[in-house]
Design a protein around this ligand. Structure first.
Ligand code: EPU
Length: 423
């Protein structure tokens, strides 16, 4: 397994190009199942998760190729309706194929995702939603087996706002007979993009970007092309890298990003003392003289993203004063905390609340990452820690950050990937 070796304390400045949003691509790719033909998904990031979703589609007979950030998908040769455990266990987003398969082919066999590194992540809302659309669903030997003649429109209320369930049920409802109302739908930019893509394919969806989606089912959809939105979490992670590098560094400029998707983080970064300037597709951050301690509570969009919680804790570990960081979306998503403590951070964790007392410095050590955003926070900490930090098991970071070490090197970081054995 590869590891990163980081010699911390180097000033960071310069420009970073932000890639396409992983979580948008992971929803757009399965949507292609809904119609026969060839699609071009531009600005698709070259990430391990995208490869995994591509392989899953290939097992169903779909043609998939990624060249120069354009993903070409050919669904004309599709010949299977099954998502095997081998793929789903690698990536939970594989469950996105459930809705499109049942809607278009009236059948699906999709492995249940099981647990995740930071605790249980249920898919009950996906299953209940698609069942409410009229599918017969049973769970058998770890698989969701779904059947339907044709789905029919209904009213659905999500007790919890869920990105995945919104996407899955929406992809099922677009081909249902009649109108479906989804109340408490997720409003994340990735779901807005999925809705707009479905509309481009011929779907009829009203209320896009709101918590109430009204979907008039159509008989047939057609392929369409799309340019994936930029990754707000990758962008946010680089802004925090700049903020942590502090006054030794200079300005960090992000290009090909969308500030409108990052409102909560931008406000928080200004609160810690960073100066932010924004333009149509760029953001510039001038790091603060000193980092003020600022609390953060994660929430669904447009609140502070859970996918930035680990990076925020890394930043707060060097702040002046004490901050409280609470995750209300995923209560157990704190595997980075014990590792940050190994680097010298002062963090106390009680249930889903981390109390972070800022320290003067972090010190390099060997740390191990256990999930994607935890890896990002350990790299951020390693970049400012005195001495050498080794971040082990970086395959997690490759799931969601394209060429992260190259982008950081270009900003002046001393970070190297040491190749290890494939796992
Ligand atoms: N939930 C349920 N039942 C369900 C589905 C979700 O109770 O059937 C709960 C979850 O336990 C959680 C909340 O609803 O408490 C929100 O989860 P959501 O369904 O929105 O998460 P997701 O769709 O599984 C996506 C992203 C995650 C991101 C979350 C929250 C993708 C592929 N994944 O997951 O991204 O953290 O939304 O914004 O879009 C990441 O990129 O690192 C990542 C984990």
């Amino acid at each position: 397994m590869d590891k990163f070796v980081i010699n911390g304390g180097k000033p960071l400045s310069g420009t970073v190009m932000i890639g396409g949003a992983k979580n948008a691509s992971l929803a757009l790719m399965p949507a292609t199942i809904l119609a026969n033909g060839i699609y071009h998904l531009h600005n698709t990031p070259d990430l391990r998760d995208i490869l995994t979703m591509g392989r899953l589609l290939e097992t169903m007979g779909v043609g998939v190729s990624l060249v120069d950030q354009t993903l070409t998908i050919d669904t004309k040769t599709m010949n299977s309706y099954e998502a095997p455990y081998e793929h789903v266990k690698q990536m939970r987003a594989s469950i996105y194929v459930l809705g499109p398969l049942v809607a278009r082919f009236g059948q699906a066999k999709v492995s249940l995702p099981g647990g995740c590194a930071w605790g249980p992540r249920p898919v009950n809302l996906h299953i209940e939603g698609i069942r409410k659309l009229g599918a017969e669903i049973e769970l058998d030997a770890g698989y969701i087996i779904a059947k339907a003649k044709r789905l029919s429109g209904t009213r659905i209320l999500f007790d919890v706002s869920s990105v995945g369930a919104t996407g899955n049920v929406m992809m099922a409802a677009v081909l249902a007979k009649g109108t479906t109302l989804i109340e408490n739908a997720a409003q994340e930019p990735e779901m807005v993009q999925l809705s707009e893509f479905l509309v481009k394919m011929g779907a009829k969806i009203h209320g896009i970007g709101t918590g109430r989606l009204e979907i008039e089912g159509v008989d047939e959809l057609h392929p369409a092309d799309v340019t994936t939105i930029s990754d707000r979490i990758e962008a946010g992670t680089f802004l925090i890298a700049g903020a942590m590098a502090g006054k030794k560094g200079g300005m960090i400029r992000l290009e090909k990003c969308n500030q409108h998707h990052m409102g909560a983080l931008i406000v928080k970064l200004e609160d810690i003392g960073a100066k932010i300037r924004t333009g149509a597709d760029w953001i510039e951050l001038t790091p603060p003289e000193k980092i003020y301690a600022v609390n953060a509570t994660t929430a669904i969009y447009p609140g502070f993203p859970t996918d930035m919680q680990a990076q925020w804790i890394a930043l707060m570990s060097l702040a002046q004063g004490t901050s409280i960081v609470k995750d209300t979306v995923y209560f157990d998503r704190f595997t980075h905390v014990p590792e940050l403590i190994r680097l010298g951070a002062n963090i106390t964790l009680k249930e889903n609340v981390a109390t972070v007392i800022g320290v003067k410095k972090l010190t390099g050590a060997k740390v191990m990452s256990t999930d994607l955003r935890a890896s990002a926070s350990l790299i951020l900490a390693g970049l400012v820690a005195e001495g050498t930090t080794e971040v082990l098991r970086v395959y997690h970071i490759d799931r969601g950050y394209e060429s992260v070490e190259k982008k950081l090197q270009a900003l002046g970081a001393d970070i190297l990937r040491e190749k290890g054995e494939e796992f």
